[in-house]
Design a protein around this ligand. Structure first.
Ligand code: AMP
Length: 429
């Protein structure tokens, strides 16, 4: 099989790594890929959001299977375009991808199917109406841009001035682009967060191993939100009773609801949950794998990824094929100085070879670029140092040992990935 992976971050490097390991695969392209993907596959130039460009690329390469990493091509309809030509592709159609592409669509879907989530105060198309609703909400209130905003579209506001500033940025200054023209307001929930990701062919589904992401930039969940500073996976994250509750009250009603609404959903579905004292509630859906959760999940993979994804695209998923390594995994993200604010690119990265020599470690690249025979930084989140172990402790020890081998100017990373998981299995970070 020849496989095309769309995207260029750490998630896509992890996909390329595991697809390349498949006995059925003899070529993997990654569009556009990054400085590290080249070691596991071939990078080809592409704009991942441009459906026409991706069609032309696939026409030229002729992949047997295409796997979509990021949300933008999905929301832009890349799956519809490929399927129309009879090409095999993994990911939801444009209609199904609205579960991520529109927060209002999602909230209406959740309410219609009785799936627990935060209560909604309303959705507004004008700044005046949005300011007005602030007089009648309970604090904290959560404000969500309806459309895609590259991870910047959600604010948990504790008071009015903060909320007003966000409304102004979204609706008056147009800082978030078209995705921020409509805002939805909902109740603030509290509890531990958990990511539940599944793979479905539209009929059957298989859950992936549970993971937890670390969104804030600094230790102890301090500082601003980021795209994710690390993740870990261990079976203890999801005790059987909790898994059963989530399956019965959220996962199965969601898949049933999609069918009832006549929406065929194929691919990865990411369910972001808040474990509140009144039970698990949906915070968001993503129509693809998370980053850096993917790195932690795929490190534990013990099946042929290409084979299973080919089954999904052919609508014949066999959930029992998904097998996982026992124990745990961890991914520590090494970030550029200043991230998630302003940062400089082009810093030489040293120590990659030394880190790669360590057992059970894989250094997955995100924001990197080749510069002659050097690898330099080229993004905020630069590397995802990923390791597996018999226990969470051992996976973390190996990941941090490998991270300690790597250096670039301004590099910073969290020292407490998975710390909570080590202390207590059922509580969050
Ligand atoms: P979303 O993109 O909707 O998941 O929002 C991003 C992050 O905002 C989530 O991972 C949560 O940390 C937080 N968040 C979203 N909705 C809520 C809510 N209703 N209550 C509290 N926090 C929330």
């Amino acid at each position: 099989m020849k496989v095309l992976v769309i995207g260029g971050g750490g998630r896509e490097h992890a996909l390329v790594w595991k697809l390349r390991a498949s006995a059925r695969v003899d070529e993997v392209w990654c569009a556009p890929g990054n400085g590290g993907v080249a070691a596991d596959g071939e990078c080809v130039a592409a704009d991942a959001g441009d459906v026409a460009g991706l069609l032309a690329l696939a026409e030229k390469l002729g992949p047997d299977l295409t796997v979509v990493g990021p949300e933008l091509p999905l929301v832009n309809g890349v799956v519809d375009a490929f399927e129309k030509r009879g090409w095999l592709i993994v990911g939801p159609t444009k209609e199904a991808a609205q579960l991520e592409g529109s927060k209002v669509f999602t909230k209406e879907f959740l309410v219609r199917h009785g799936i627990p989530s935060a209560a909604m105060y309303g959705a507004f198309d004008t700044a005046e109406a949005a300011y007005r609703v602030l007089d009648s909400v309970k604090w904290p209130v959560v404000i969500k841009a309806d459309g895609l905003c590259a991870g910047k579209g959600v604010l948990v506001a504790t008071e009015s001035a903060e909320a007003r500033a966000f409304i102004s940025r979204a609706m008056e200054k147009n800082e978030f682009g078209p995705g921020g023209k409509r805002l939805m307001f909902e109740e603030g929930l509290s509890g531990d967060e958990l990511s539940f990701i599944l793979l479905t062919d539209g009929e059957r589904y298989a859950p992936l191993v549970p993971t937890r992401d670390h969104k804030r930039v600094f230790d102890d969940n301090k500082g601003p939100n980021t795209g994710g500073m690390g993740a870990y996976s261990s079976d203890e994250l999801l005790p059987d009773v909790l898994r059963e509750t989530i399956t019965k009250t959220i996962i199965e009603p969601t898949l049933r609801g999609l069918k009832t609404d006549g929406i065929r959903y194929q691919g990865f579905l990411y369910v972001g949950l808040m474990l509140t004292k009144n039970g698990p509630k949906v915070l968001e859906f993503n129509c693809r794998l998370g980053d850096p959760e993917t790195q932690a999940i795929l490190a534990r993979l013990d099946f042929d990824l290409a084979d299973v994804l080919d089954d999904v695209a052919r609508r014949r998923l066999q959930p029992e094929k998904l097998k996982w390594k026992p124990g745990a995994s961890a991914c520590v993200v090494l970030a550029s100085g200043g991230y998630p604010g302003k940062f400089e690119n082009g810093k030489e990265i040293r120590g990659l070879d030394e880190a790669a020599k360590l057992a059970d470690v894989k250094v997955l690249h995100a924001g990197t670029k080749r510069d002659g025979d050097k690898i330099v930084t080229h993004g905020g989140r630069v590397l995802g140092v990923t390791a597996t172990g018999d226990s969470l402790d051992s996976a973390l020890r190996k990941a941090y040992e490998a991270a300690g081998q790597i250096h670039f100017d301004g590099m910073h990373y969290r020292r407490d990935i998975g710390r909570h998981g080590r202390q207590s299995s059922a509580t969050g970070d």
